[in-house]
Ligand binder design. Structure first.
Ligand code: CDT
Length: 326
């Protein structure tokens, strides 16, 4: 067996007025708890260091920039404490943040930080940006202005090997664990998973912020019942995590930013760790800060990868051309 202990650090409400220091304290607290439970990898949500600011229309350039992380996220004083603590505790972390590059581009990004090497092992920039560029002309609408504030990711879906996790490495003979990352809306797209699946991915990481009620974006009508809308959103979240883990024979971890931001904006919970059979091993019970942990034997990916979804044997790419045509 190749067992590694994985965790999702779900984060509850983070208000527009919350200080970065307060949010960082919560993140460090979750990391300490992960350490006390022996977790080796902890996934934090999408845009974890601040509230989910793409719901606001922000005209002031300096204010907008203040929501982004500039420079190296592992050494910038705003975010450095998380990486320092991860290194000290020998825990790898993956965390999402709004990235401003040195040449002024903006992406919705996440990284995998290896405590083994003390450096960023891989970076992913969100490919599928939901929502709109222009806000809806309705004061009651829940906005999702990701198309306004971010460029589509330019790094593709690149799987990567992670050193230092397996105790008897590389005695298992299957090499270091293969991880892949995606962000929120990406999880709804079979193509994203399949590109990682084709690289032999064994653990997919996905942080998310999913509105429980956003009728202009995906509701059937503006007076949709909020409770029913939340239940449907939660159902779709689990549906895609379970189905795509199964069809790519991979474990997956999802970590929610959830709760009621500013006391009013509903974000679903439902952080979960799913096995390659599509079964939920553990899921969050609250919509607050909560750590979930599971032992995952990566050898359980073998059955699906070598039999049901042995891509080399069973795929029929000659019938898939439409997938990459405009
Ligand atoms: N953050 C993010 O990508 N959220 C989207 C919401 C889309 S429209 C309300 C999601 O797919 O969960």
């Amino acid at each position: 067996p190749r067992v590694i202990r994985l965790a999702a650090a779900q984060m509850g409400a983070t208000h527009r007025t919350d200080s970065r220091a307060k949010t960082m304290d919560r993140m460090l607290h979750l990391l300490d708890e992960a350490s006390s439970q022996g977790a080796q990898v902890v996934l934090y949500p999408e845009i974890a260091f601040t509230t989910f600011f793409p719901r606001y229309i922000i005209h002031d350039k300096d204010e907008l920039e203040s929501w982004f992380e500039h420079g190296d996220v592992t050494t910038n004083p705003n975010t450095k404490p998380l990486f320092d603590r991860a290194k000290e505790l020998h825990i790898d972390i993956s965390v999402g943040f709004a990235e401003a590059t040195d040449d002024g581009q903006h992406f919705n990004t996440c990284i995998y930080y290896s405590s083994h090497s003390g450096s960023i092992l891989s970076k992913y920039r969100k490919v599928h940006l939901p929502g709109t560029f222009e806000p809806f002309d309705d004061p009651d609408a829940v906005q999702q202005l990701e198309k306004r504030y971010f460029k589509p990711g330019d790094l593709g879906f690149t799987a990567f090997r992670v050193p230092g996790l397996e105790k008897d490495e590389p005695s298992a003979g299957r090499g270091q664990p293969i991880f892949g990352m995606m962000i929120c809306n990406d999880r709804r797209w079979a193509e994203a998973w399949r590109v990682l699946g084709l690289q032999g991915v064994e653990v997919v990481l996905c942080g998310f912020n999913t509105a429980g009620w956003a009728p202009h974006l995906w509701g059937s009508s503006p007076d949709q019942d909020p409770k029913e809308a939340e239940e449907t959103a939660l159902f779709h979240h689990k549906l895609v995590m379970q189905a795509h883990s199964y069809t790519n024979a991979t474990f997956s971890i999802s970590a929610a930013r959830c709760g009621y931001d500013d006391g009013i904006f509903s974000l679903i919970g439902g952080s979960c760790i799913v096995d390659p059979e599509g079964k939920i091993l553990v899921e969050s019970k609250t919509i607050e800060d909560e750590l979930i942990v599971a032992d995952c034997d990566l050898d359980l990916c073998k059955q699906g990868k070598e039999k049901t979804f042995a891509f080399g044997k069973h795929r029929r790419v000659e019938h898939y051309k439409r997938i990459t045509e405009q």
